[in-house]
Design a protein around this ligand. Structure first.
Ligand code: G3P
Length: 218
């Protein structure tokens, strides 16, 4: 499973890119707005930092507006993935942008039927929002299971990009189901590295090594 980071914070992105474990970035208008920076400056910085797809969302809601904005976004860098909402106009734009060679991420997916339409529209990525389902007491991960079955039934190439991830268990469950990508907020990604038994075990090894009086170097 690929790891994308779900943020527009360039410092957090640089930090994670340095681990060599980052496969891409997703942004949305809320995340860009949180930075207080110019959208295109943010995108340029991110695309220079990460080789993989960088999702940049259109804000027009009509087909013509989406296509015009997508053209502008695609000029930023070759690794821009144009993010369009899962609406009629969004899927129409997805189909035409895909045919024109763009990478398209269809966002705000909340049902298997919507995911089926996005795949038929040729989306490179479908972004089902897990946490927002959980927020209203529905099982977000069931949506990932259903989409996995549908896409496998018909060999769709569209990658399932699990979004609205809130905690490490979401990441583990997404991997168990066989999602292609998980986009994870930096704070959740950081938690994936940690385990108290790793810290405890390391402290014990170092204490025993100290007692032995030996050194690997010098
Ligand atoms: O990027 C879209 C998605 O990940 C948003 O997550 O936490 O605002 O539901 P959230």
């Amino acid at each position: 499973m690929k790891f994308f980071v779900d943020t527009a914070d360039i410092d957090a992105i640089r930090d994670l890119a340095a681990t060599g474990l980052l496969d891409g970035v997703t942004t949305n208008p809320s995340l860009v707005s949180k930075t207080g920076r110019d959208f295109f400056d943010v995108l340029k910085d991110i695309c220079e930092t990460v080789d993989g797809p960088v999702s940049a969302e259109v804000t027009a809601t009509d087909y013509d507006g989406m296509i015009t904005e997508a053209e502008r976004l695609r000029k930023v860098a070759d690794n821009i993935a144009v993010k369009v909402p899962l609406t009629r106009d969004g899927l129409k734009a997805c189909k035409d942008l895909t045919e024109d060679g763009a990478t398209v991420n269809v966002t705000l997916c909340f049902s298997p039927a919507q995911a089926l339409l996005a795949a038929k529209a040729g989306a490179s990525f479908i972004s089902p929002f897990i946490g927002r389902h959980d927020d209203i007491a529905q099982d977000g991960m069931k949506l990932i299971e259903d989409i996995r079955v549908i896409y496998d039934n018909y060999d769709f190439d569209t990658e399932i990009l699990v979004a609205s991830v809130r905690h490490p268990l979401h990441v583990v469950q997404a991997a168990m189901i066989g999602a292609d990508v998980c986009t994870v907020p930096p704070a959740v990604l950081a938690k994936l590295f940690d385990h108290p038994l790793t810290d405890k075990g390391l402290a014990a090894f170092l204490a025993d090594w100290e007692k032995s009086g030996q050194k690997i170097l010098g």
